[in-house]
Design a protein around this ligand. Sequence first.
Ligand code: DCB
Length: 304
Amino acid sequence: MNNIIPNGIHRWGALHVDGLNLTNEHGQPVRLRGMSTYGIQWQPQFAGEGSVATIRDYGANLLRVAMYTDEGGYLTHPEKVKADAFRAVETALSLDMYAILDWHILYDNNPMTHLKEAKEFFAEAAKRYAGQPGLLYEICNEPNGDVTWERDVRPYAEEVIPVIRQFSPNAVILVGCSTWSQDVDLAAKHPLDFPNIMVTCHFYAGTHGKPLQKKIDRARELGTPIFISEWGTSRADGNGGVFIRESEEWLRFLDERNLSWANWSLGDRDETSAALKPGANPNGNWREEEISESGRFVFRQFRT
Ligand code: DCB
């Protein structure tokens, strides 16, 4: 078989959650590290084979597919955006990399607002990828605004998880939490009563530091496993910096806890969090000049 990597699907198989750890099919703790796409409705070209294979060559074993709901995403152009998201997922899987299918809510801040659409979407996806060991589902990117875990996010998850599990009974499912997926400690006080669930925590090195790290540790003390499905070297608005020293401190924190992560983002938008410079080749194999300061820093981390 071509395309087998030492930390990929063929070697590790279906992942599970055991205590605070993500484990491979033999129950050994493993770690996923890779990139999140930029909004797939805007830059599907960097989720093609050349680009994804290039980050794999740098050592990544994960691609997160950020399928925005709002902002011209799935809710506006369901067929087109879904096709681009599925294509990106299948590109990663075919390269032996794990993939995350992310229902990327943002300005549509409460996941309950589009519960019906989410259930339809995840039913279709879970049916399509039933029995596929390499796919993780992220059911809400970043709840924010007037949203709480207990009133909104947890009930949403309780509706969507069974829909996925009907077709994909053992898939690992990632659940966001309030304040742009920062209130992991609040989520941990009222955990979801399903196996193979992780709560996501997102950080931006120029904005978030010690206080958010404390929240992660508090959540873990309460027994909640954490997955960093999005982080950036910039400020929380995707720009500013690049905050290399702060990013290094964060990565040390993640290393010490063996936390999995995806960096925002594998795209060429003119903002510091983008790993590529505007006009970078969508087919990958980038020259040094096509990679941003953030990209150069992050691509080095996959092998450490
Ligand atoms: C998150 C979102 C992600 C967003 C990045 C950076 O939002 F999940 O979609 O990406 O973090 O802000 C940005 C892109 C921009 C784009 C914008 C809107 O980089 O090019 O214009 O999305 O689509 C966060 C995360 C944290 C916080 C706020 C946001 N925070 N936010 O802590 O305040 O408002 O987007």
